[in-house]
Design a protein around this ligand. Structure first.
Ligand code: AMP
Length: 496
């Protein structure tokens, strides 16, 4: 399969196979025809209203989210998916940075917004039923931003990664080619729409006449219900973070009966452990397992490799893809160095943030390149991830900048100075620990923790809040007067 336009490829299924199921969540299913008609109507409405900036789309896993993404794209407007788990101050920062021309609030917004028009869910339903007339106009340039996904930033403000129609197209075609996917398959969508892993499920499914099968987020907390639900979903393709499959593998209820039709497991977003893939192969010997790698800045994933038993035996830490690709280079062609990604899937940069864009993006042979911050090496023609060169990490699949957490901790009035460090086990972060010097050392530590958590919840996502707060009289410094992070790090992770 090779597609030339994401929008017309999705519409094709609505026109020719209207009754096919595009979206399946819980007891509800929605057809390609509904997707086509509602998104056409929304696009026409957005055009009539003459909105010209990005659209912020707020909600969770509702079908209306998907319709709004497509409706925005049809109106040539970039969309910004924002989850209902986003802290209020983070939403405010996104609004300042992105200056959306309109907000589609599928769920009620948690803050008062006065100066931006809002389309509520009720209004959206009316727009769908009025059936505004929309004419598809194929855009001359596919350089237009298709979506903007916000990721953790080091300075306390999130960064908006701009992905163009051309970036997305390149990613979809590369995935179809590398994974040899059929049409009409059922794809698990586990990640929230505000994370780019969801882009993989949404666009692979919709452009190939398949179904996005969304797991209700409350099921993630309840294993028995989760596996009961899984066995009824008839999934063909599993897409998730390794963390999510690790959680599933811990349960005795997770067995081949839960996924009778499964053809491929596709993982992305963090290190896939050898032992995880091995356990999976034992339960699903006929199913393909793919490890894919890439940052949001290069459209979801850039490299991919099928994990076989042979590979598992040979490499205790698994490769993340093939290096025989113009897209991948190790900086200065050295043995161990930063992984640089170049090509049509690399973003134009961060929204309204020229400084951060210039730090990470550059041109090489007229192609857009991105410095990943990942240190890797190439062995036997295979690409391996080793470690990060900065303080970005993955915690249970979520991308986290330790400096962002520290920035917000250091803004809390009772804190003199704080740092945050990861506790590792088998190359993956198990928890975050914060060492804190309080301004007033006699405060009761339980009261201090309570105060800190209340403050953090307003500014950062819950998953970023450290699991442990340790109060100390002072932070040790290096000879040059900087906080001695290594000392703490080695103390927390004695084997490193
Ligand atoms: P995100 O932008 O959230 O997708 O995070 C991108 C980062 O996740 C990369 O720069 C890597 O540090 C890490 N990552 C993604 N995929 C893998 C993988 N397969 N193995 C190891 N690390 C990965």
């Amino acid at each position: 399969m090779n597609i030339t336009n994401v929008i017309s490829s999705i519409d094709f299924w609505g026109r020719h196979y209207p009754k096919r199921i595009a979206y399946d969540i819980g007891a509800n299913t929605y057809t390609f025809s509904e997707l086509l008609n509602y998104s056409d109507s929304l696009a026409a409405y957005l055009r009539i209203s003459k909105y010209s900036g990005p659209i912020l789309i707020y909600g969770e896993q509702e079908f209306e989210m998907i319709v709004s993404f497509l409706g925005a794209a049809k109106a040539s407007l970039a969309y910004i998916p924002v989850s209902n788990k986003t802290p209020n101050n983070q939403i405010k920062r996104m609004l300042v940075l992105a200056k959306p021309s309109v907000i589609i609030a599928i769920q009620e917004l948690p803050i008062d917004i006065k100066d931006t028009p809002i389309i509520t869910k009720e209004k959206l339903t009316t727009i769908f039923t009025i059936n505004y007339k929309y004419n598809f106009i194929s855009e001359k340039s596919l350089d237009r931003t298709f979506y903007i996904i916000f990721t953790s930033g080091t300075t306390g403000s999130p960064k908006g990664v701009q992905i163009s129609h051309a970036n997305l197209l390149h990613f979809i075609n590369w995935q179809f080619k590398s994974l040899k996917l059929d049409t009409g398959l059922r794809y698990l969508s586990q990640a929230p729409f505000s994370f780019d892993l969801s882009v993989m499920s949404i666009y692979l499914a919709l452009t190939s006449g398949g179904t996005i099968v969304s797991l209700k987020s409350n099921l993630n907390q309840n294993f028995k219900a989760l596996f009961e639900a899984l066995s009824k979903l008839s999934l063909d393709i599993w897409i998730s973070t390794p963390s999510f499959i690790e959680l599933s593998l811990k349960s005795i209820d997770f067995n081949s009966g839960c996924l009778k039709n499964i053809k491929s497991f596709i993982f992305c977003g963090e290190e896939l452990q050898n032992k995880t893939a091995l356990s999976l192969i034992k339960i699903f010997p006929e199913t393909k397992i793919y490890n894919t790698y890439g940052p949001t800045e290069a459209t979801v994933a850039t490299t991919c490799i099928e994990i076989s038993e042979k590979l598992l035996k040979k490499y205790p830490r698994l490769p993340i893809g093939y290096a025989d690709n113009d897209a991948i280079a190790i900086e200065n062609s050295s043995d161990l160095g930063e992984i640089i990604i170049t090509g049509a899937n690399v973003s134009k940069g961060y929204l309204n943030n020229p400084i951060k864009t210039a730090e990470s993006f550059f041109k090489s042979n007229h192609m857009q390149s991105y410095r990943t911050g990942d240190i890797g090496r190439i062995i036997d023609g295979l690409l391996f991830y080793e470690y990060r060169r900065d303080f970005q990490l993955k915690l249970h699949g979520y991308r986290v900048e330790l400096e962002e957490i520290e920035y917000h901790l250091n803004n809390i009035s009772i804190i003199e100075k704080a740092i945050v460090l990861p506790l590792y086990k088998d190359f993956s972060v198990k928890m975050l620990v914060s060492y804190i010097v309080l301004k007033e050392p006699n405060i009761d530590s339980n009261d201090a923790i309570k105060e800190i958590r209340i403050n953090l919840l307003k500014t950062i996502y819950e998953y970023m809040i450290p699991s442990k707060f340790i109060f100390i009289p002072e932070l040790p410094l290096t000879e040059s007067g900087k906080i001695d992070r290594r000392k703490f790090f080695n103390y927390l992770n004695p084997i490193n």
